[in-house]
Design a protein around this ligand. Structure first.
Ligand code: U2P
Length: 251
């Protein structure tokens, strides 16, 4: 039998190996546990584009009269019921070639509204889409297992629930002078979507609306969070800088 002094370092080494396997997420082998539900996060260009200080070709706010006027996609996010979320679940470097057939739709409905590159999980910086796939898409298993599926699924869910149309039909139209009751905006979405969204504001302006889904994409309520919005909110209209202004800044 090995002596006690020889057993102590062996025990320590085994304990350290076990700790490394369990990892910071409390899961065996470092994998993050399966998510509970999806949030489709939509951004309001009217609010975000107002913050544009200089233009660049990657920023859809700089498309002059072709800048987006409807909610665009921020991302499809796998979330946990406790308000946290997994991220960067495995190494899968974003490859734009895998989604080449979707690029026209992605440019239109899932554009970046900022200049500057986005952080990616393991390789530094890249496109906004690379950020969303690597950070969130890789955590969407077992529902979504590859890059193409992540983007086509997100586009399909986005097309199914047109939040801009829902709000416009309820009288909530883009305006730089009106204020709308937050409760009215939430109710309008609830009436059509049959579940409660989450609304995120920047000061009093609506910046994002999130729709939540079970794993089979049936609507469910988002978590009741402390909202970042006041009782009355705005839905700013984006006043385009005009194509010439944008182009000369881009040049
Ligand atoms: O809300 C600020 C940023 O936190 C990330 N987020 C938020 C809620 C959620 O359910 N999941 C999530 O990831 C988002 O980070 P991003 O994808 O932009 O890096 C969100 O912008």
């Amino acid at each position: 039998m090995a002596s006690l002094s020889a057993q102590i370092p062996l025990c320590l080494a085994l304990m350290m190996a076990a700790c490394l396997m369990i990892g910071i997420n409390g899961s065996i082998d470092g994998a993050q546990r399966e998510f509970d539900y999806f949030a489709l996060s939509l951004q309001w260009p009217g609010t975000i584009c107002h913050k544009t200080r200089h233009c660049c070709s990657s920023n859809a706010c700089c498309r002059g009269s072709n800048s987006p006027t409807e909610f665009t996609i921020h991302g499809l996010w796998p979330d946990y019921n406790d308000g946290t979320w997994p991220s960067c679940c495995y190494r899968s470097q974003f490859d734009v070639k895998e989604i080449s057939t979707l690029l026209d739709a992605l440019e239109k409905y899932w554009p970046s509204l900022y200049c500057g590159k986005s952080s990616t999980c393991f390789s530094g910086k890249g496109l906004f889409w690379a950020h969303e796939w690597e950070k969130h898409g890789t955590c969407s298993s077992p529902v979504i297992r590859d890059e193409y599926s992540y983007f086509i699924t997100t586009l399909n869910v986005y097309f199914k629930y047109n939040v801009t149309k829902i709000l416009n039909e309820a009288g909530y139209v883009p305006s730089n002078s009106e204020r709308y009751p937050l409760g009215g905006i939430v109710s309008a979405i609830e009436n059509s979507f049959r579940a409660t969204p989450e609304v995120i504001c920047s000061k009093e302006a609506v910046e994002e609306i999130r729709l939540c889904f079970f794993k089979d994409f049936k609507p469910r309520n988002c978590l009741a969070s402390k909202t970042s919005c006041p009782k009355y909110v705005s839905l700013p209209a984006y006043v385009s800088m005009g194509r010439e202004a944008s182009e000369s800044e881009m040049a």
